[in-house]
Design a protein. Structure first.
Length: 314
């Protein structure tokens, strides 16, 4: 029988949002909490931008741009064009006109003294995103990417400005020592009947969450099962720099390396059926089709994962 209790999902942006979209079709929203990476967040032109939170919010509210998997459907770039033409502001970071509404309101509420958790809850409620979407922390903890060619780069500079081309030699989480999991995140984890680690980029999207003091220990100690889904299919990433970064960090590009990364916290691993099967003592592994091209794929992976976890205790 499929698991029907509280499910908490640790996630980054586009890859994680695909599984999230499937999960909301198989579980009622009050059973679902998404703990979202905020290491990608930054300030641009006085606006607080939270790319992974926005991707989750827009996906679950069904207003996301289906072509990119991020940003708003039917958006335009008139303001960005004017900033460039009239004021020579380099338009390297795309900010859609409709999307600006989110950034303006978020920044306004943050400046009024609200926490990112509270601001996100208001945005989610007004957008109608349904499930609980929780920033991993209310502290600012920007991810810095240490590259061979350019040295330390802010995450968005690495990812967007330089198109993730510089060679990565390390990843840092600025100010992580003083960051704390928010109370809402702690409560969600303590009430979880299962924790899923979405098929997001482990080094860029999940590592920031795990870098918050106490996060890894808490996950390792939970009595609820913690299960990761592979972002590597057939020795490659579906999209983005995951495989490239793995090679640059000297790791084998395989699901095995992903399982190793989460070794101390997971009890289960959903591998893709296209990958070479492997075994790990103490780790339950299943293989399924984890490629999510359309909504039925997303639902099938969500349902398959919950049924598999449910079968452990049946
Ligand atoms: P970002 O924050 O927007 O870069 O996205 P994430 O970190 O959430 O996800 C990036 C990862 O998602 C990449 O490693 C992809 O391989 C993985 N991914 C994207 N689509 C799929 C899919 O359909 N299935 C699986 N298994 N992984 C996927």
């Amino acid at each position: 029988m499929a698991l029907t209790g509280n499910v908490v999902v640790l996630t980054g942006g586009v890859g994680g949002a695909k599984l999230a979209r499937g999960l909301v079709e198989v579980l009622p929203p009050e059973r679902l909490s998404f703990i979202v990476n905020t290491g990608d967040d930054f300030w641009r032109l006085g606006l607080k931008i939270c790319p992974d939170l926005d991707t989750l919010m827009y996906t679950l509210a069904d207003v996301v741009n289906p072509e990119t998997g991020w940003g708003l459907r039917g958006d335009s770039l008139i303001t960005l064009g004017s900033l460039d033409r009239l004021y020579r502001v380099d338009p390297w970071f795309r900010l859609g006109d409709k999307d600006l509404a989110t950034h303006l309101l978020r920044s306004h509420w943050l400046r009024q003294g609200c926490s990112l958790t509270a601001v996100t809850a208001c945005l989610v409620e007004r957008l109608g995103s349904g499930a609980r979407i929780l920033p991993m922390t209310d502290a600012e903890m920007p991810t810095l990417v240490d590259t061979v060619e350019c040295g330390l780069l802010g995450f968005q500079q690495y990812f967007v400005k330089y198109g993730w081309q510089p060679v990565v030699r390390g990843i840092k989480h600025q100010d992580c020592e003083s960051a704390r999991l928010s109370d809402a995140v702690l409560s969600a984890l303590l009430a979880a009947d299962a924790v899923l680690i979405a098929p997001s980029n482990p080094w860029l999207s999940l590592a920031p969450i795990l870098a918050i003091p106490g996060a890894r220990d808490l996950l390792a100690r939970l009595s609820a099962p913690v299960v990761a889904v592979t972002p590597i299919i057939g020795g490659a990433a579906v999209k983005g720099p995951t495989a490239k970064i793995m090679r640059e960090l000297g790791l084998e590009v395989s699901a095995r390396s992903i399982a190793d990364f989460y070794q101390d916290i997971i009890g289960g691993f959903v591998d893709d059926k296209r990958n070479e099967a492997f075994a790990r003592q103490g780790l339950r592994i299943t293989q399924m089709d984890t490629l999510m091209n359309d909504l039925p794929d997303k639902i099938a992976l969500a349902r398959g994962t919950l049924e598999w976890i449910g079968s452990w205790t049946a």
